[in-house]
Design a protein around this ligand. Structure first.
Ligand SMILES: *Cc1c(COP(=O)(O)O)cnc(C)c1O
Length: 434
């Protein structure tokens, strides 16, 4: 459920008319609903009844400073995939003391920065990384707390997860080898074993893969608690959201209308299913949601530049491109496209909604039925709050888009649109060409 809805004929984010935002700040612009994020956060953190649970928001989903600060104010800790993301958390005025550092390629510099910042734990993805963390901690004269990311080999029904052969496994350490890796960890003088971690994938809309993962991890977690006195288990992120009926899903009536079996995974079902299993372990629980905190809290506003009527095919050419929102081009993902100003007297139009970039993958929607709109009118691409702005690029020398945060009737630009001067600021003509 989210806070985007039509008030009269105008699409609003909370109490703010999105057309006003578009006129004020131009397009393409991402707009986020603070109340939607707060609901998402509160529902998930409240779903783990009776447990000592800590949400560590996965910063990579949306790393805007205001978003980080907002979730931090609500009580969230953080999961970062780079020192850059960690530094964003610090720059946002949030604490990293309860936060964790994940990722397969942590550099020595990143490890040092994280140790100096005093993070809660490193999520280790390989044995060489363990050795490196021990080495860096030794140089600093400190102990590094770690958990090993265990790959339970569970099919999350998203992307194929099965790895074969003996080549290095990008996704953590296989369950079979995990006990040995923990034994190795226990021998390092500058390592403290603090937990166990698993993250099986993203946009998972069924609770079963999470259950299967916990079933596989539970015996090892119990053993580690006994042997190494671990204090926490992190069950990762990955909870999926509704993309197809994005706008309608904001209403409670939509959820009630879904047959129970086909209802997308809610935080309540997730929590109610997993907490009894987790309670048995007697460990602190970390949750690392990214997408489910922010995806349905964001839209990308775009302006229609042209309606091009081709042979048996219409194209709505908009001013947002794949550089601004790459998910459709990269993952064939679906985003609902809706007008900021609804007009039920107009005809429907079937069109490809495309951007201005010189790539045929620069397409947001194929043969999509939308209200007929013309030049200068605005559209919203729904559910663009996660893996949207963070993946934006300057391809075609287009500026990184603006971001606006809304709370109630208040709104503020939280990222200014880049200027051309900023885009070229780090470039120069070498002396030998002058
Ligand atoms: C990306 C990631 C997450 C967040 O995943 P979502 O699907 O966005 O919830 C959590 N943990 C780890 C280790 C990740 O890499």
């Amino acid at each position: 459920m989210h806070h985007f809805r039509y008030v009269g004929q105008n699409l609003h984010c909370e109490s703010v008319d999105l057309a006003e935002v578009a006129r004020l700040y131009g397009t393409p612009t991402y707009v986020y609903s603070a109340s939607t994020m707060a609901d998402n956060y509160t529902r998930l953190s409240g779903s783990m009844k009776g447990l000592d649970a800590q949400v560590c928001y996965a910063v990579k989903a949306n790393s805007n400073l205001a978003v980080i600060r907002h979730l931090g104010n609500l009580g969230s800790a953080f999961e970062f995939a780079s020192a850059g993301e960690m530094r964003r958390v610090i720059a946002a005025g949030a604490s990293v003391r309860r936060s964790v550092f994940a990722g397969v390629g942590k550099t020595e510099l990143e490890i040092r920065q994280a140790l100096e910042a005093g993070i809660y734990s490193f999520h280790v993805e390989s044995e060489p990384e363990l050795a490196r963390i021990n080495h860096v901690a030794g140089k600093l004269g400190v102990k590094a707390a770690i958990a090993i990311r265990v790959n339970p080999d569970v099919d999350a029904h998203t992307h194929a997860k099965i790895t074969t052969g003996t080549s290095a496994n990008k996704f953590g350490i296989p369950l079979r080898q995990a006990a040995a890796a923990y034994e190795a960890a226990s021998k390092y003088p500058h390592i403290t074993i603090r937990g166990i971690q698993s993250h099986i994938g993203s946009q998972i809309t069924d609770v079963k893969p999470f259950v299967e993962t916990l079933e596989k991890l539970a015996p090892l977690a119990a053993e580690l608690k006994e042997r190494h006195r671990i204090e926490y288990i992190s069950i990762g992120g990955g909870i999926g959201i509704v993309y197809r009926d994005a706008l309608a899903s904001g209403a409670a009536s939509w959820w009630d209308a879904q047959p129970e079996a086909s209802r997308p995974l809610t935080p309540e079902v997730y929590g109610a299913t997993l907490s009894p299993m987790l309670a048995k372990l007697g460990l602190k629980v970390l949750l690392e949601p990214g997408r489910s905190m922010v995806a349905n809290a964001g839209v990308l506003l775009t302006r229609v530049e042209y309606l091009k009527r081709g042979q048996g095919k219409n194209f709505l050419i908009v001013d947002a491109g794949m550089n601004d929102l790459v998910r459709p081009a990269m993952y064939d993902s679906y985003h609902e496209v809706v007008p900021l100003q609804r007009d039920t007297t107009r005809r429907a139009l079937v069109a490809d909604v495309v951007g201005p970039i010189c790539e045929s993958t620069d397409c947001f929607a194929k043969d999509r039925q939308v209200q007929e709109v013309g030049e200068g009118e605005y559209l919203a691409l729904m559910s663009a709050g996660a893996y949207g702005h963070v993946m934006a690029s300057r391809y075609n020398t287009r500026p990184i888009p603006a971001e606006v945060l809304v709370k109630g009737s208040a709104f503020e630009q939280v990222t200014a649109r880049e200027t051309f001067e900023q885009i070229i600021a780090n470039e120069k003509i070498p002396a030998f060409l002058k």
